[in-house]
Design a protein around this ligand. Structure first.
Ligand code: DAH
Length: 354
């Protein structure tokens, strides 16, 4: 019996000492293998005197069960440890920058539109999309600009052959079509911005036939001019990164808002510096959504009010980054793109910035 106890203790100690599966397997073979020590004892059992055989046989079988269990338990423990070691060693560090560093840069127009989405997103706006090829109803009619209206002449655009819904097709002159798309598709209350491409038959240092605007629309039950002002002041100060940027609201006219206001920011005309200098620079159009626009989309102006705004993406980008000329935005000059492009890894969300 001492012999069996010793074998049990030795095997357990050897298993404990086995640091990996290879060492574990050597212990297993040495004890339970074909020429293992326990196997040899079992084989020798046949030669034992018959009266000893029963008691010794039972003890040997108990020992075999015990050691088989111990060997299994050690295997499971080693496998688990190996898995943990692998998981720890192979852990992905998602904070590492991609290697090699990306070659491309974000175009300043895309960057500005991402920033707009981030700032308005923090105010609960979602991002909507219009259509570059639009009908004159979405671009003009539904926005309270009837066929004879002089505002159509200001928006001289490109008309296309064919029609949709029985209406002539054109390249949209403003992102304001998204107001109509949104009002027809969504139940208020709603808040949406829509950055996108727009077109007009203009081409000089400050006008490109293709340019970008960002529209904004808020509809709810108790929206006032105060909401419009607070929202746009907050946006402009966040976008230009000037906490006390002067903002001025000036009465104006747009067919689809009543009242309408142009929004100016303070700057220095001589140096181009924003935020100081006593001069004013017009930056966007805005107003309370006209009751007729709401009615055109099936909403009752006694129940729902809202405000809208629209701004030129190139214009605010030029001001923010001190870019003097509009034309290089679309000339694909690599020197310009490298100078004004920004890293795709630079965070857009305000709270991520240092
Ligand atoms: N769509 C106008 C334009 O292109 C800009 C604008 C003015 C949009 C006032 C608006 C607004 O939503 O309320 O000149």
């Amino acid at each position: 019996m001492d012999e069996l106890t010793k074998l049990s203790q030795e095997t357990q100690a050897a298993l404990d000492a086995a640091a990996d599966l290879r060492a574990w397997d050597a212990v297993r073979v040495a004890v339970l293998g074909r020429s293992g020590s326990l196997t040899a004892l079992l084989k020798a059992l046949g030669k034992a005197p018959p009266d000893e055989r029963r008691a010794r046989g039972a003890a040997l079988n108990r020992l075999k069960d015990e050691l088989t269990d111990a060997v299994e338990a050690r295997r499971r423990a080693l496998e688990e440890a190996a898995l943990h070691a692998r998981l720890a060693a192979e852990r992905l560090d998602v904070t590492l920058p991609p290697r090699p560093q990306p070659q491309g840069l974000i175009h300043p127009i895309s960057r500005t539109m991402e920033e707009m989405a981030a700032i308005f997103g923090a105010m609960g706006f979602s991002v909507g999309e219009g259509l570059d090829i639009q009908t004159d109803w979405y671009n003009f009619g539904a926005l309270n600009i009837p066929a004879h209206h002089p505002a159509r002449a200001d928006h001289d655009t490109f008309y296309l052959p064919g029609e949709r819904d029985g209406r002539p097709l054109l390249l949209r002159t403003q992102t304001s079509d998204v107001q109509i798309i949104t009002l027809l598709a969504q139940e208020p209350p709603l808040r949406v911005i829509a950055p996108g491409r727009t077109y007009r038959a203009d081409h000089d240092a400050t006008h490109s036939p293709m340019f970008h605007q960002c529209e904004g629309l808020v509809i709810d039950r108790d929206i006032t001019l105060g909401h419009l002002k607070g929202c746009l002041i907050d946006f402009l100060r966040a976008f230009f990164g000037i906490a006390d940027l002067p903002v001025r609201f000036r009465a104006s006219y747009f067919p689809f808002t009543e009242p309408s206001m142009e929004v100016d920011i303070g700057w220095n005309r001589r140096t181009g510096e924003l935020g100081a200098g006593g001069d004013w620079l017009e930056i966007l159009g805005s107003g309370m959504v006209h009751a007729r626009v709401l009615a055109n989309c099936g909403l009752d102006a006694r129940e729902w009010q809202g405000f809208a705004f629209g701004m030129g993406v190139e214009r605010v980008t030029m001001l923010k980054h001190g870019i003097p000329d509009l034309r290089p935005f679309f000339e694909s000059d690599l020197r310009w793109l490298r100078h004004y492009g920004s890293s795709p890894l630079m965070p857009t969300m305000l709270h991520e910035r240092a």
